[in-house]
Design a protein around this ligand. Sequence first.
Ligand code: NCD
Length: 268
Amino acid sequence: MQSLTRSFLSIGDLSKEEIIRFLDMAALFKEASPGPILKGKIMASCFFEPSTRTRLSFEAAMKSLGGDVIGFSESATTSASKGESLYDTMKIVGGYSDVIILRHPKEGAAQLASEATTTPIINAGDGSNEHPSQTLLDLFTIRETQGRLEGLKIAWVGDLLYGRTVHSLARAAALFDMRMYFIAPEGLDIPTELKRELKSKSALFSFHRDVKEVVDEFDILYVTRMQKERHRSQSEGKYIITPEVLKGAKETAKVLHPLPRVDEIDRS
Ligand code: NCD
């Protein structure tokens, strides 16, 4: 059994081979639960930012593998509200637990936490930077629906500047030689640094303002909400995915969303 004895801060912390091994392991676990393999282990679930699925799925996973969970879902009930630094909180929580799941509004928070404790940190979202655990499940779903990862065509639409799930998944997509299309309103294209990184890896990508421009190309359309809580500008979302927008898409194309969905995908 492969075990994580180091932190998982960015999707770049895993090699392509490690990612594939995790996906294969998840597929086995989906077939049949491995039972209480984490009995006696404690997971600290530290959420300084709102979450529904990420927190509950980590906690449910830990419990179904026989482990225990401690933690909090808002910083107001912790000593952070008395002015304690993240560094100090993580140093202490690390002493109580075998792994820490951290979500925090500041970019780089997971990195800082990993410097405070030797207990492995799993980054469950640090500001607008990364969300690598979401990427593993995105890749799992993509592989399950398309039968492969290598060489697929993937388009992202929405707030690509602040959407952390986009940043992590794009880094992984480069590993699997996916063709990438970034569709965003002006001012919300992917960050310059990510653009530079993808270029340095010789990834194939292009920028668009309208889904229609690439509708017959993509295998996956990854939709994201406007990250209003992170915007310094007041950019409004303008993409709503309807059956009309998807006219001409491949039969096998799938629409993914990391959720929460606000109004980007029409109910129909
Ligand atoms: C995302 C997040 O928190 O980054 N949700 C998730 O964890 N699946 C997406 C979002 O908030 O828009």
